[in-house]
Design a protein around this ligand. Structure first.
Ligand SMILES: CC(C)(COP(=O)(O)OP(=O)(O)OC[C@H]1O[C@@H](n2cnc3c(N)ncnc32)[C@H](O)[C@@H]1O)[C@@H](O)C(=O)NCCC(=O)NCCS
Ligand SMILES: Nc1ncnc2c1ncn2[C@@H]1O[C@H](COP(=O)(O)OP(=O)(O)OP(=O)(O)O)[C@@H](O)[C@H]1O
Length: 236
């Protein structure tokens, strides 16, 4: 199974690229989605966040859920707190992502897209030979970030952009780059060409399937057990 690490800057078009890949029948392991899942009330990461940030009013008014806007405002203006939040969440995000990747392997998928905004920041590129960066100029990025609605001014938007590795540096480290300065149609055309190129370079995966079957099944079992132990530990 070919795992393609998809990344970019905030609002450069990762989700738009993922949506295209999904429309082509390719499974997506989405780190942003997983990050939402692992902080739902009563999950272990939820309790860790409450312990670290509970004094900062980070719950929604009439529910036990995290107020994501408020937590975002806190961590995108404070590097130390951002690192603390990463420590509370990243281990759980990695574990869930690994489970989903193994799940795709056992569904005989030949390609999986792993959409990880912080792929280079957390060093995941060391394990992936196929990394794809969705790039656009910073003026376009700022414009798209503000148009999306949750951020109103340049200062706030720049804080979010600067909370990540410089996009040009990500492009330097990537194996493939897609320029998303133009329309979505142009983006889709480039992604189509990318898929054609990558599919033609695939080797026969049957041998790998046989070799990896047992170790991956064991890893999956261990990850499930680890989840159960964590749930039990935090509930009591
Ligand atoms: C801060 C939170 C609550 C804001 O939630 P919100 O719904 O407003 O934004 P969302 O989760 O959709 O993220 C939007 C984008 O922000 C950027 N981003 C998110 N977290 C981080 C971070 N810790 N550092 C730098 N950039 C980040 C990414 O580009 C992401 O695509 C949320 O992003 C979060 O829990 N972040 C910590 C987990 C994490 O690192 N997620 C990124 C996936 S690895
Ligand atoms: N080529 C394009 N033309 C016009 N709008 C675009 C294009 N690509 C993306 N957008 C828009 O820009 C915004 C950001 O795109 P998208 O959500 O795909 O980025 P992202 O990298 O996944 O963002 P995040 O880092 O927040 O998860 C969205 O509103 C999207 O519809």
């Amino acid at each position: 199974m070919l795992i393609i690490g998809l990344t970019g800057g905030i609002a450069t078009g990762k989700s738009s690229a993922s949506a295209y890949f999904k429309s082509q029948g390719i499974p997506i392991v989405d780190a942003d989605k997983i990050a939402r899942l692992v902080v739902e009330p009563d999950r272990p990461a939820y309790y860790q966040i409450l312990k670290q940030f509970g004094h900062l009013n980070i719950l929604e008014t009439n529910s036990r859920s995290l107020d994501r806007k408020r937590l975002g405002d806190v961590i995108f203006t404070n590097e130390l707190m951002r690192k603390q939040l990463n420590r509370c969440t990243h281990g759980y995000i990695r574990r869930e992502a690994l489970k989903q990747l193994i799940g795709s392997f056992f569904q005989f998928q030949s390609i999986v897209i792993w959409d990880v905004p912080l792929l280079f920041e957390v060093g995941l590129d060391r394990f992936l030979s196929n990394t794809l960066v969705i790039f656009c100029d910073q003026t376009v990025q700022l414009d798209r970030l503000k148009k999306r609605g949750d951020i109103s001014d340049d200062e706030q938007a720049l804080k979010r952009i600067n909370a990540q590795m410089d996009l040009n540096e990500k492009c330097r480290r990537a194996r493939y780059i897609i320029d998303n300065n133009s329309t979505k149609d142009v983006l889709h055309k480039q992604l189509k060409d990318f898929l054609t190129k990558i599919q033609s370079s695939q080797v026969n995966t049957l041998v790998w399937f046989v070799v990896l079957c047992i170790p991956l099944a064991l890893t999956y079992g261990i990850l499930r057990l680890w989840d159960l132990i964590d749930q039990f530990k935090y509930r009591n």
